[in-house]
Ligand binder design. Structure first.
Ligand code: GUN
Length: 292
């Protein structure tokens, strides 16, 4: 058996095209252009790449990108004042501060400073609470993208046993809320879970979000399961010193013989995350203009 490979790149492209159409329509009807401000503090190389991609795709789908790069020694006070300026700027509908932040800045204070209506990452406690209680907030982008891929692949998820490996605020916890809302039976496993292999083998839907390269082995996967790999890990290529490749949290090639369907890395969840950020920016803009 060879698993179907879930094409996140093509799903993300479809979503971006739909968003671009809606942005064009909004602009022609109301002269409104959705605006996203992505703030990068410091020069973490991976964050620079992510923010550059976010900015490019924002502009490619017709939105305004009002990004800003701040030096790595920026004080918390200065960052908070900048966030407040964006909170009060009506041309900016979405604000995101790229994580991780330098050590002098407390990420929770920054997240809480963003107006919940503009919190397109969905990390503000109001949005976390809204997701947990089934109200309309903004949903974190990576779990939203995983959920879309799962529904495209499987249709109705009701009754499925879903196991999420990883309990981060960015992925694991919101993913659990989304799958619960889809009527899955949800388990969140993590580094302290006993007999993780056995727990994973119960999963009809296995979401890997641990941040450890090729951690989840083929014999942890229930035959026919749908596997969503959130990991993006850079590892050295075998026999090629100084060359790197990206791998997920699942040991992909052997997993192909067991899973029913699986997302690749790269080209799976990653592209969906940015497309969902654009979707959140459009939703935030429509709500701020009382159009949704
Ligand atoms: N760092 C890693 N993932 C994310 C994300 O989804 N949003 C932000 N702001 N920072 C991140």
């Amino acid at each position: 058996m060879s698993a179907s490979i879930i094409d996140g790149k093509s799903s993300a492209e479809n979503l971006r095209n739909q968003i671009a159409d809606q942005v064009r329509h909004l602009n022609s009807q109301s002269q409104i252009i959705p605006g996203l401000a992505a703030i990068l503090v410091g020069d973490d190389p991976a964050s620079q790449v992510y923010v550059r991609n976010k900015e490019k795709q924002t502009m490619d789908c017709g939105m305004m990108s009002a990004g800003r790069k701040l030096p790595s020694d920026t004080s918390q006070k200065d960052l908070l004042s900048y966030v407040e300026k964006l909170n009060n700027d009506s041309s900016v509908h979405g604000i995101l501060v790229q994580l991780p932040l330098p050590p002098q800045i407390d990420p929770s204070s920054v997240i809480q400073a963003i107006r919940p209506e503009k919190d397109v990452d969905g990390f503000h406690p109001s949005n976390v609470g809204a997701l947990a209680s089934g109200e309309h907030g903004l949903i974190p982008c990576t779990p939203m993208g995983c959920n879309m891929l799962l529904k495209e692949q499987l249709g109705d998820l009701s009754g499925a046993n879903a196991v999420i490996v990883g309990r981060s605020n960015i992925v694991g916890k919101p993913m659990a809320q989304l799958l619960l809302a889809e009527n899955c039976t949800v388990t969140i496993a993590h580094s302290k879970t006993l007999n993780l292999k056995k727990v994973c083998r119960q999963a009809d839907i296995l979401v890997a979000a641990v941040g450890l390269p090729q951690f989840i082995k083929a014999d942890w996967i229930k035959p026919g399961a749908t596997v969503i790999d959130v990991g993006i890990n850079r590892i050295q290529k075998e026999n090629e010193i100084g060359k790197y490749k990206l791998v997920g949290d699942v040991d992909f090639t052997p997993a192909l013989d067991v899973a029913g369907a699986i997302t690749p890395v790269p080209g799976g969840v990653g592209p969906m995350t940015i497309a969902c950020l654009l979707q959140n920016t459009l939703i935030a803009c429509l709500r701020q203009n009382n159009l949704l």
